[in-house]
Ligand binder design. Structure first.
Ligand code: C2E
Ligand code: MG
Ligand code: MG
Ligand code: MG
Length: 288
């Protein structure tokens, strides 16, 4: 009896393993095709000025609809692309299309692009950035690159060199997901980031936890004294919005204002003036 159960468990384990393996394999083969074909697309989420409620910038977020597996989240396929060594191709596709989109918007709202740590160590990145700016005609100051603290982990100085080169071109740099993982205040001393994006896990806790409120306020004060813009990520409720305001943040981003939406939909939103926060976002009227 025990033996049979053991065998069942072993076979269901190997079944799960095979499923997982097949999925990764399908994603790998699909990714190469996706970059060349029409399967990747960008959606844009507004980053709103906390005082005027105007859209200062929009973050470009990658979407992939696999023909048989359906939508695959970037958190799943970006690490796979890094492992395959094709993240450069994805990054330059995203840069190009994000800059072309922003060049079509009715104001000089910036576009923010996520750059994975692997890309930041590649000498190809500055070339991809310059090509995207030249093709779209977007001024460099309207492009912001979002990087995470993990780029400093195995610092061989490579990321440093490339960051400085990008700043010389005139781009803005944002430190994304601040406060998670490998936070060290020394990064804020050695690199001049224009924007600090406080991770949504802190904002998720501000209504219930005094600890999260204290951390968010401390980050707000620090960033203000260092003359950095501050974005509170993942704002879903009016109460979280109040806490971001109390902490002295300059900007907010989250479902309370808008989900990530198509380039055309975000252009219309930019043109329509200040964004009114709503705890029941009209999800259905915005194509995602
Ligand atoms: P991120 O850069 O921190 O992006 C913010 C994530 O939070 C996005 O998830 C966004 O849809 C989600 N979000 C925004 N507002 C809210 C809210 O109010 N509540 C909740 N619960 N979530 C909210 P998404 O699009 O799934 O992206 C996940 C991560 O994947 C991103 O985190 C980023 O690290 C990465 N990613 C996305 N697009 C790209 C890309 O083009 N290149 C690279 N390298 N990474 C990307
Ligand atoms: Mg980001
Ligand atoms: Mg983030
Ligand atoms: Mg985040």
């Amino acid at each position: 009896e025990a033996k049979r159960e053991g065998r069942n468990r072993a076979s269901s384990f190997s079944w799960l393993f095979k499923e997982r393996f097949n999925r990764v394999h399908e994603i790998e083969t699909g990714l190469r095709r996706a970059i060349e074909g029409q399967e990747l697309k960008l959606v844009f989420q507004p980053i709103v000025d906390l005082e005027s409620l105007h859209i200062d910038a929009c973050e470009a977020l990658l979407r992939w609809e696999h023909p048989t597996l359906g939508p695959i989240p970037p958190s799943e396929f970006i690490p796979i692309a890094e492992g395959m060594g094709i993240i450069e191709d994805i990054t330059s596709w995203v840069l190009r299309n994000a800059c072309l989109a922003a060049a079509s918007w009715p104001t000089d709202a910036r576009v923010a692009v996520n750059i994975s740590p692997a890309s930041l160590k590649s000498a190809e990145l500055p070339g991809s950035v310059i090509a995207a700016l030249l093709e779209s005609g977007l001024p460099a100051r309207r492009l912001e690159l979002e990087v995470t603290e993990s780029i400093f982990l195995d610092d061989s100085g490579q990321a440093n060199t490339i960051l400085l080169e990008l700043q010389r071109i005139g781009l803005r740099l944002a430190l994304d997901d601040f406060g998670t993982g490998y936070s060290s205040l020394s990064y804020l001393r050695s690199y001049r980031f224009d924007t600090l994006k406080v991770d949504q896990s802190f904002m998720a806790g501000v209504s219930a936890n005094a600890e999260d409120r204290a951390i968010v306020r401390a980050i707000g004060n620090l960033a203000r004294d260092l003359a950095m813009d501050t974005v509170a990520e993942g704002i879903e409720t009016l109460d979280q919005l109040d806490h971001a305001r109390d902490a002295g943040f300059t900007n907010v981003q989250g479902y309370l204002f808008s989900r990530p939406i198509s380039c055309e939909a975000v252009a219309a939103l930019i043109a329509s003036g200040p964004l009114i926060p709503s705890e029941e976002p009209p999800i259905i009227t915005y194509p995602r």
